[in-house]
Write a protein that binds this ligand. Structure first.
Ligand SMILES: *Cc1c(COP(=O)(O)O)cnc(C)c1O
Length: 428
């Protein structure tokens, strides 16, 4: 049997026909150079990570973890020093007690703002779940309840930062400016680190003492620099996205200025205790191995996004970003235009997942979101979006957002299975 026949045979077991496979091959052939560039970025980031491990003398003992109060947890403290070195920050907080990305962002905001301060979003509406954190949608415990006000600088009509709006949003009350790198569930572009650097310089020129936080979710290791390299005082993200490398089963991080990280630590644990407590239990090996694998895993996720964008663009669906466009995060949006196509796409992704391949995703009322959401996720870590996963709110323009792919070899077949499912249901 030739290699080709062998692939055909295996792919047939996944329900893929010959036409689907040859479409996949055509797309692959067009992406050779693109993938080389991604591999180059991954190598640079891999070296950054490796050098941080070496510099901090990561040892076998670092993998062990502590129980109880977690005093003198050498593994936890070293890991935080590793993160700080990778992101070129003064300090970092990397904890399993930070339950998710929203928690990490809420923590960074609540600990660095005081009653009477004003928060400004420089890039329009923030991520859905932050609306309740801020109090844009009223919620118990929001920043608004603590007397922290909010303003936002709306984007221009291309979805790019509007510098005049930013200037107007900043007042003498402004204490912290937040910038979201990734588009999240919006159809605006994600921003390059360079663009984020421009916003930061602009903001600091207007008000030098203002703190700038960047929501770095989905952005880590996509480029060779991070927002902390261009002046961000804090960068914040989730470990079940890029930096967990698919291995971290929980967690979030805040990396930045010593004082910002300290404030966050005092809020996460307790005033007076800060970073000194917080047992790491048995989780450290996965955190270390996850960040070590992350540059490579992020590259696989990027390749998956570009593969899918190129394929669905050929079929005539609006995709964001375009297959040929430069990437600033791992998210790919495809506007499918109907609920039925969203369901078929997600069913295909689910069916080609390593876990829960036999279930059918259905739209549900997800906490924190204002419309029903459909999700396909057959992940080792529940809800992990560095693993191949697709989701989207069931509302106009009926776009699926997908991301992840621990290995490109598996994720590519997830995309082909999504295509095949739409084809089988006559929805192309
Ligand atoms: C995922 C995400 C969040 C929230 O993270 P959760 O872990 O889902 O709470 C915030 N901002 C952006 C841009 C994200 O992609």
């Amino acid at each position: 049997m030739t290699l080709q026949e062998n692939i055909l045979k295996q792919a047939a077991l996944l329900g893929l026909d010959a036409e689907t496979l040859s479409l996949g091959e055509e797309v692959m052939a067009s992406l050779k150079e693109r993938f080389q560039t991604i591999d180059g970025v991954a190598e640079i980031n891999q070296l950054k990570v490796l050098n941080a491990f070496r510099k901090n003398k990561v040892s076998e003992a670092c993998m062990l973890g502590t129980t109880g109060y977690g005093y003198n947890d050498i593994g936890r403290d070293t890991l935080e020093a590793v993160y700080a070195d990778i992101f070129h920050t003064e300090d970092a907080l990397v904890r399993p007690q930070i339950t998710c990305g929203t928690h990490a962002l809420a923590l960074a905001l609540m600990s660095n703002l005081r009653p009477g301060d004003e928060l400004v979003s420089a890039v329009g509406k923030p991520y859905d779940t932050l609306e309740e954190v801020i109090g844009i949608r009223p919620s118990k415990g929001s920043l608004a309840e603590y007397g922290i006000t909010y303003r936002q600088a709306d984007l221009d009509d291309k979805g790019m930062p509007d510098y005049e709006n930013i200037r107007q949003a900043i007042t003498e009350k402004t204490k912290l400016v937040t910038i979201q790198r990734s588009k999240g569930y919006q159809t605006r572009p994600s921003y390059s680190v360079e663009e984020i650097g421009k916003i930061i310089s602009f903001v600091k020129e207007i008000k030098p003492d203002v703190l700038v936080m960047v929501d770095n979710c989905y952005g880590e290791f996509v480029e060779t620099i991070e927002p902390s390299d261009v002046g961000a005082d804090m960068i914040v993200g989730s470990l079940i996205k890029n930096p967990g490398g698919g291995l971290a089963p929980i967690g979030g991080y805040i990396a930045g200025k010593k004082e910002c990280v300290e404030n966050a630590a005092f809020r996460l644990t307790s005033p007076g205790l800060g970073k000194e407590v917080g047992a790491s239990l048995g989780i450290l090996k996965d955190f270390y191995q996850g960040i070590f694998l992350s540059p490579d895993v992020t590259a696989n996720a990027l390749k998956t996004s570009i593969f899918a964008a190129t394929l669905f663009e050929r079929l005539g669906y609006p995709v964001l970003p375009l297959g040929t466009e430069e990437r600033h995060d791992i998210i790919q949006a495809i506007t499918l235009g109907s609920r039925e196509r969203m369901e078929a796409f997600c069913t295909g992704i689910q069916a080609a997942s390593p876990v829960d391949s036999y279930v059918t995703p259905e739209p549900w009322d997800m906490p924190g979101y204002d419309s029903q959401v459909i999700m396909a996720a057959g992940a080792f870590v529940s809800g992990s979006s560095i693993e191949l996963s697709a989701d989207g709110p069931i509302k106009e323009p009926y776009a699926v957002y997908f991301q992840g792919g621990l290995t490109f070899h598996s994720a590519k077949y997830g995309i082909l299975k999504a295509y095949q499912t739409m084809k089988d249901r006559n929805l192309l």
